[in-house]
Design a protein around this ligand. Structure first.
Ligand SMILES: [Zn+2]
Length: 340
């Protein structure tokens, strides 16, 4: 299922994400040599509609068409078939960013095993997985380990950094076993600022000779820890500010992303006295009662929380989740509680 190349096919850099399937038969790994031997691994289009990663790499590779890259690069172009249709993933496919524990039997898990097998022998320097999101979010970096090099890499992209360990089937977590690894969230697809920001970051990583031996001061970074994933109860009907549905979103709910909400904030409406949402902590415990109350059709927050990834896109809410809830973490706390 995986195509492996050691050079860039002639027509590839003329293709936007929707046209990649004219040149590539499917998911593809391209290994390119550069001046420094240690390899920068970059993955794009794990979600076919999130085109910023491909636009970023396309522009960098065009720039280096006639010269050697400053560092060896291994590029994984993920869900080419979904990209052709501008979809996150196709019906019947596993989500390409939920397959990297590579422990199940679908074709996509076999693909993940194949990719990880190829990477296993490489001298890896760092790993970058580039995504977009659909709501209003700032650009931020996610890490799954709190080591100094992970924090340095994330801070190179944004002062807003999110640490999470669930979901644990993501590519950045699998790559954390090999090298400092980061997921970039570059705003919504199609925004040119996302491409220019990601491009600056990837270029900086290509030029970085080594990770510095320095600890970031607390004031240099806004670090958040994901404490819960909020999902819709299966079978619930949703709408935006609509009466009669099981869960009604606030009309501009995505504006709450990365906003610290005090206890008692309105978080949507429901048509019955039981909560249509489920919040799960990183250990898989259901903890909705810690965060939400229902009072006369209003869903109210019980403690101060900060949501991320809230989106008004109902397909994404159904397929993935409504949002994540986060709490602020100091570097000192991070080191004491979680560093490994
Ligand atoms: Zn994504």
């Amino acid at each position: 299922m995986l195509t492996i190349l050691s050079e860039i096919p002639e027509a590839l850099l003329q293709c936007d994400a929707r046209a990649l399937n004219h040149v590539l038969p499917g998911p593809t790994l391209i290994k390119l040599e550069g001046q420094r031997r240690e390899v920068l691994f970059v993955s794009v289009l794990l979600h076919g509609n999130e085109i910023t990663g491909w636009e970023t790499l396309r522009s960098i590779l065009l720039n280096y068409r006639d010269r050697l890259l400053p560092r060896s690069l291994c590029l994984f172009i993920g869900n080419v078939a979904a990209a052709a249709q501008g979809r996150r993933c196709l019906p019947g496919q596993a989500d390409y960013n939920r397959i990297w524990k590579a422990d199940a039997d679908m074709a996509e898990h076999a693909l993940a095993r194949e990719v990880l097998g190829e990477l296993d022998g490489l001298p890896l320097f760092a790993a970058i997985d580039i995504h977009n999101n659909s709501g209003m979010n700032p650009h931020y970096a996610c890490i799954n380990r709190l080591g100094a090099n992970f924090l340095y890499l994330a801070r190179l992209f944004s002062r807003t950094v999110v640490y999470f360990i669930k979901p644990d089937e993501v590519l950045s977590l699998a790559m954390a076993a090999y090298c400092p690894s980061v997921t970039l969230e570059c705003g919504q697809p199609g925004e040119t600022t996302g491409v220019s920001h990601a491009r600056e970051f990837v270029e900086a990583c290509l030029h970085l000779s080594a990770f510095p031996d320095q600890i970031l001061p607390d004031k240099e970074i806004d670090l958040f820890h994901t404490v819960a994933t909020v999902k819709l109860k299966p079978g619930s009907r949703i709408g935006i500010a609509q009466s009669g549905v099981d869960f009604a979103l606030l009309p501009d709910m995505d504006k709450l992303n990365f906003t610290e909400l005090p206890a008692g904030s309105l978080f949507g409406w429901c048509n019955r006295p039981t909560l249509p949402l489920q919040a799960w902590d990183e250990q898989g415990q259901e903890i909705s009662a810690q965060y939400f109350d229902v009072h006369e059709g209003e869903i109210i927050t019980r403690t101060s929380v900060m949501p991320s990834m809230l989106s008004l896109d109902q397909e994404i809410i159904r397929q993935d989740c409504l949002c994540y809830l986060m709490e602020r973490l100091s570097l000192g706390q991070a080191k004491r509680k979680y560093a490994d």
